[in-house]
Design a protein around this ligand. Structure first.
Ligand SMILES: *Cc1c(COP(=O)(O)O)cnc(C)c1O
Length: 481
């Protein structure tokens, strides 16, 4: 035998450890199954927030192999039991994501077969499945079939793709940048500002359109601002509305803003990362009237479709504008191109190799059907109402009637500084940890936010939250005595 073959065989003996035997695979799957079942069944008893823990220290990579059991134990203690438990029924902070079991099954299968979802040539099935998911979204949001879309890692990258298209459609470059104007509200998500910096538009003019007392853009003010800027020789090119702001869940008047944007020939972008899929709920449909007039739209299935983190979506009507930055034909990929196939996801996004995200949304949607998703969204809306009623009955003040499932409250202490009181209240809520909530500042006032979007949040969650809040309030009152 040649030396070369001998060496290869020697190496293969070691390298083959990367492919566990069927017996080992079964053992590993069993351990995983146990872990998953134990994790999910313990959610009702476990905390939504593990505050005050020391920083995780056990991830240092050394060269020695370890047992799966010990690694899962490390995961449990150093990952799953630190910070926010984002799979918990009690996660009411920021904008919760979900963690549907069926989505995890989809991810597992995708990782096993490792489909290459960047190019149609590599995996026509994967690309067609993602296209079907995007087509479904187009039908939900009444976008034309000719619109182009992409399943991204989340809302931030989805917004980045949409804003890049807006930039290229209007040819915003060189000397034009400083004269170009975007209209948005101060409630717009900060990832939009990040996107402007990333795509070379940090020097554009940003106009904050005034909002009303429900945090919604006042369309008449938008019109006036655009006219003013035109008269001043500037170049208005983009209007951004939110369908569900992060802070308060407000849906801007989409139709009226769209009409003004189009009358002025501006690109109309809607960020519906949080709120988008509430359009599936009949009682909320009216809020989304005009969403179909957007030139580009962002929605986050890892928020309002209860999927695990790692999936956002963007729809854009003008394909050429999206292609301008993302379409590329490298020589080494010449085999992969043909004009009569579906669009390559790689031509719509900065990603080339990408996670095949379509499966983690297609599988749950097809397996469960749409009804449980709609019911779960509507349940969150009613729970929000219920929670607010409970808070009011217990002497708390609450923000205005919310459009969706984000609201806020504070205790209107007469004797103690209100901001100090509520900050301290939140600290005790965090210390307790059964239900996690975050805070924000509304018109200079410290308030506690409640964002109901975790699919496991139920009536019982609200009862626990109320008990926790009242116990925390007692502690604050004692402290200030
Ligand atoms: C969450 C959110 C984003 C950012 O999306 P990620 O998925 O976190 O990247 C953008 N806009 C709004 C309104 C959001 O709620």
């Amino acid at each position: 035998m040649s030396k070369l073959i001998q060496d290869i065989e020697q190496l293969a003996i070691i390298a083959n450890q990367l492919e566990p035997t069927p017996r080992t695979r079964n053992q590993q799957l069993e351990q995983l199954q146990q872990f998953a079942n134990q994790f999910i069944s313990s959610i009702p008893q476990s905390k939504a927030y593990f505050g005050g823990n020391s920083a995780p220290e056990q991830f240092v990579i050394d060269e020695q192999p370890k047992s799966l059991e010990s690694l899962l134990n490390t995961y449990k203690s150093q990952v799953a039991q630190k910070g926010i438990n984002a799979a918990s029924s009690g996660h009411l902070g920021y904008i919760p994501g979900g963690s549907l079991f069926t989505a995890a099954l989809g991810d597992f299968i995708v990782d096993i077969s490792n489909e290459y979802a960047g190019m149609y040539y590599g995996s026509p099935g994967a690309v067609a499945m993602e296209e079907a998911v995007l087509n479904w979204m187009k039908s939900v949001f009444q976008f034309p079939k000719s619109a182009i879309g992409n399943l991204t890692s989340g809302g931030s990258i989805a917004n980045l793709i949409a804003l890049t298209a807006a930039r290229d459609h209007h040819g915003i470059k060189g000397d034009l940048i400083e004269k170009s104007v975007v209209y948005l509200s101060e409630q717009t998500h900060h990832c939009i500002h990040k996107a402007f910096r990333i795509i070379g538009l940090s020097d554009i003019q940003i106009r904050h359109v005034p909002i009303n007392d429900r945090f919604k853009i006042i369309p008449e003010k938008l019109n006036a601002k655009i006219e003013q800027d035109r008269n001043d020789g500037l170049n208005p090119f983009l209007v951004i509305a939110s369908a569900g702001t992060t802070d308060t869940g407000a849906v801007d008047p989409l139709q009226a803003i769209g009409a003004i944007a189009h009358k002025n020939q501006l690109w109309y972008h809607i960020d519906a990362a949080y709120g988008g899929f509430f359009m599936l709920v009949d009682s909320k449909k009216h809020l989304f009237e005009g969403i179909d007039t957007a030139d580009s739209l962002v929605i986050d299935p890892h928020k309002s479709l209860f999927l695990p983190f790692g999936i956002g979506a963007v729809l854009v009507k003008d394909r050429q504008a999206v292609f301008q930055s993302n379409h590329y034909r490298p020589n080494y990929m010449q085999d992969a191109f043909s004009d009569d196939v579906l669009i390559n996801p790689a031509d719509v996004s900065p990603e080339l190799s990408k996670h095949f995200r379509g499966m983690r949304i297609w599988l749950p949607l097809q397996f469960h059907g749409l009804a449980p998703f709609k019911a779960c969204l509507e349940e969150k809306l009613l729970l929000t109402q219920y929670f607010r009623e409970k808070l009011i009955a217990a002497g708390f003040s609450v923000g205005p009637e919310p459009d969706l499932s984000v609201s806020y409250f504070w205790y209107p202490s007469k004797t103690i500084d209100q901001n100090a009181f509520n900050q301290s209240l939140l600290n005790y809520i965090h210390q307790d940890g059964r239900v996690f909530m975050s805070s924000t500042i509304i018109q200079g006032q410290f308030v506690i936010r409640m964002a109901l979007l975790a699919f496991r949040t139920k009536l019982e969650t609200i009862e626990v939250a109320m008990k926790m809040i009242l116990a925390a309030k007692k502690k604050v009152e004692n402290d200030f005595k």
